[in-house]
Write a protein that binds this ligand. Structure first.
Ligand code: TRP
Length: 376
């Protein structure tokens, strides 16, 4: 693939993603100053992930804020494909979702697509994806979501409620539309073709449970947009509000590829990694540093391709001034990669320690969050 090409679908992200091109390609909107000003007005501040454009694009976010201002509360919907352990990249949109729950007092519906990952991954059994769902729940609960306002469900366990909604969606989506959106082949299993209607269903759940139209906002990485283009299309035909969306960039891989992959353990830090494992991964991370100290001092480093810098920028350096300083010192060549790695490792280890305590505590609270309408 030429270096300026990239692919983004819900099941594959490849190449160097140009986010401006992606906005044009998908037809989404950029998050502009006017939206940031609305957040400031409504919530008192602009969260870090919006200030730094980690969440950088949207559909109908202004409409959601209009409804909120008019006194109509919105619900949040997001999810996780439980194909393995949780890594730090997964936590990023969940942390933003938690901010939204707190700032707007919103209910959250969280879908674990154990069906999707079973269908997609040859190596995973239905038993395994169900197990990962419960394991990943611990990380979600550890972030501090409000049990009174948060419902987590596995598709296979909440299917009596979801299936009738999914059927209404599926009936309105042709095979050719799904193939055009997802690039299915004739060799694709038929479960994958139907699956998108299961991912659409929770966007209508708050409305169906309430018995009247409820606005829904979906925070997600932008690779999920193809599903929700379909959801938005059918929403109108079904007489529901179209869900609004707010999109994040992909969390960088430690090895400098474009998206973290749970299938390559050295590219990501898992929430269950020991401090030693995390430190070792950071020590081996891809940086934007030059090959010699002399070159580094003369030419400066390249923070924009550096995994260590990106980690700090996306999650771990909360202070804007310090984040800018790190960037400038790197560009000027007055900072060596070793220093950045050490600073980041200290922050990551501290985070992991407290997260792991909260994660253990979460074991006693799973049932406060899970909803199911059948189980075996
Ligand atoms: N398909 C998503 C994944 O593989 C999981 C998911 C389900 C999701 N519903 C969602 C993600 C809504 C974001 C928003 O990770």
């Amino acid at each position: 693939m030429p270096s300026d090409e990239f692919i983004v679908t819900p099941w594959e992200v490849k190449g160097h993603v140009d986010y401006n091109k992606l906005i044009a390609l998908f037809g989404t909107q950029p998050i502009d100053e006017a939206i940031l000003a609305r957040f400031k007005k409504l919530t008192g501040s602009i969260p870090m992930m919006l200030r730094r454009q980690v969440f950088f694009s949207h559909r109908d976010l202004n409409w959601i804020l209009d409804q909120y201002e008019a006194g109509e509360k919105f619900a949040l919907y997001t999810g996780r494909g439980p194909s393995g352990q949780t890594h730090l990249g997964h936590l990023m949109p969940w942390m933003f979702t938690k901010y939204l729950q707190d700032a707007f007092g919103a209910e959250l519906y969280f879908q674990m697509t154990d069906d999707e990952k079973f269908l997609q991954k040859d190596e995973l059994s239905a038993y395994a994806t169900r197990g990962f769902s419960y394991d990943n729940c611990l990380d979600l609960i550890a972030l501090g979501f409000d049990p009174k306002k948060t419902r987590i469900f596995l598709d296979t366990e909440y299917v009596r409620t979801l299936y009738p909604i999914a059927l209404e969606v599926a009936k309105r989506v042709t095979f050719s539309a799904a193939r055009a959106v997802f690039g299915f082949e004739t060799s694709t299993n038929i479960g994958m073709v139907f699956f998108t209607s299961m991912q659409s269903a929770p966007a209508f759940l708050p409305t169906i449970l309430a018995g009247h139209n409820v606005p829904v906002l979906i925070p997600c990485a932008i690779d999920q947009d193809p599903h929700f283009r379909i959801t938005r299309d059918v929403a109108q035909k079904m007489g529901y509000y179209k869900p609004a969306l707010v999109f994040s960039r992909f969390f960088p891989s430690l090895l400098g590829l474009d998206k973290m992959s749970a299938s390559l353990p050295e590219t990501s830090i898992f929430t269950t990694d020991t401090p030693e494992e995390a430190k070792k991964k950071i020590a081996n991370a891809f940086t934007g540093g030059r090959t010699t100290v002399k070159e580094q001092q003369e030419l400066g480093g390249v923070p924009d391709i550096c995994a260590v810098y990106q980690y700090s920028f996306y999650l771990f350096e909360k202070d804007d001034r310090r984040a800018l300083e790190l960037r400038q010192e790197c560009l000027q060549g007055v900072r060596a990669c070793g220093e950045c790695k050490k600073e980041l490792a200290a922050k990551v280890v501290q985070f992991l320690k407290s997260h792991q305590i909260a994660r253990e505590r979460a074991r006693d609270h799973i049932e406060d969050f899970i909803i199911r309408d059948c189980s075996d």
